[in-house]
Ligand binder design. Structure first.
Ligand SMILES: Nc1ncnc2c1ncn2[C@@H]1O[C@H](COP(=O)(O)OP(=O)(O)O)[C@@H](O)[C@H]1O
Ligand SMILES: [Mg+2]
Length: 301
């Protein structure tokens, strides 16, 4: 059954007077990965903490499969596991001890917790490290231990706040595989500031800026909302793109990048083909969408 999240006009002002969330509204049903992106200070952690019942909103309502995050926080905690942004694996414990103690705290027996812990470590390719001290693991392995706790809990809603920040590329890729293997029967709400990670993993994306949700949808839906969803790279010394086609960026003296609409691309492609000029067509990346939505220069809303 897909997880159901509904957020209606949630705002949060911290005691210091900082307005971290400003009337955030969205809802969706999904099993898979919801990826929340935004610059530092956009409000991602605040939103995640409210939805995982660790922080009260100042106003507005939110619910998870119909349970209110304020009134039914206790029920929500039964189905939720969270890996906070600042979480660290306890350095003098082993991965297996970390998992077992977490699972016992969640209510499983000692022997069941040990079995579940071992299974998850095997899944993550960490069976050889189960008895090492966390402090002696690599950065990627330490992070995997935290992800493992969320995975082992059998929670159907998992919050992970920047689980890959600061990891090297290989460790990030390994964690991506883990997240993809975890997502089938649950919802993972993942924040990241690596846009290529959100593009790769996010079945659904939310773009936050200054406490507001400024973009929401699948990658294709987000593309359709920007003015120029297509990019055409033209390899020619003497081709001039007509002004009405879109935005032109000169990359070198024989390479142009054009951002345009489907109609613009169609006429440009015909023109280029008839003149035997080489070109490539791409859909714009999440990076380009992000720039356009967050900096507001290209958005049509
Ligand atoms: N405990 C707090 N007290 C006061 N202001 C805070 C607190 N936590 C976050 N903020 C502020 O709220 C805004 C959003 O922060 P946060 O939700 O952590 O954003 P993100 O996770 O996207 O970086 C920022 O301006 C931040 O400084
Ligand atoms: Mg954060």
């Amino acid at each position: 059954m897909p997880m159901d999240i509904s957020v209606a006009s949630i705002s949060k002002t911290y005691a210091a007077g900082n307005k971290a969330l400003d009337e955030v509204t969205f809802d969706f049903h999904l099993n898979g990965i919801f990826s929340l992106i935004g610059k530092n200070g956009a409000g991602k952690t605040t939103l995640i903490r409210i939805l995982s019942t660790q922080l009260l909103p100042s106003s507005g309502r939110a619910s998870i499969i119909g349970m209110d995050v304020v009134d039914q926080a206790k029920d929500i905690r039964e189905i939720v596991a969270a890996v906070p942004q600042e979480a660290r694996a306890v350095p003098w414990m082993t991965p297996l001890q970390t998992l077992t103690s977490y699972l016992m705290w969640r209510g499983y027996t000692h022997s069941r917790s040990m079995d579940m812990g071992r299974d998850v470590l095997r899944m993550l390719g960490m069976e050889k490290q189960e008895g090492m001290k966390n402090r002696n693991l690599s950065g990627g392995q330490k992070r995997k231990v935290l992800v493992a706790t969320a995975l082992a809990s059998e929670a159907t809603l998992i919050f992970m706040d920047e689980p890959t920040t600061g990891l090297d590329f290989i460790s990030r890729k390994e964690l991506w595989e883990v997240l993809v293997s975890m997502k089938r029967d649950r919802l993972i709400m993942l924040t990241t500031h690596y846009l290529e990670e959100a593009e790769e993993l996010g079945d659904l994306l939310g773009i936050m800026d200054e406490g507001r949700m400024v973009g929401f949808g699948t990658l294709d839906e987000l593309r359709r909302k920007v003015k120029y969803p297509l990019g055409i790279r033209i390899f020619s010394k003497d081709f001039t793109v007509p002004d009405h086609i879109g935005d032109v960026v000169t990359l070198s003296n024989n390479e142009l990048q054009v951002y345009t609409t489907e109609d613009g691309a169609y006429s440009l492609v015909n023109d280029l083909l008839s003149r035997h000029i080489k070109f490539t067509v791409q859909e714009i990346s999440l990076n380009t969408i992000f720039e356009s939505v967050v900096n507001g220069s290209e958005g049509d809303e």
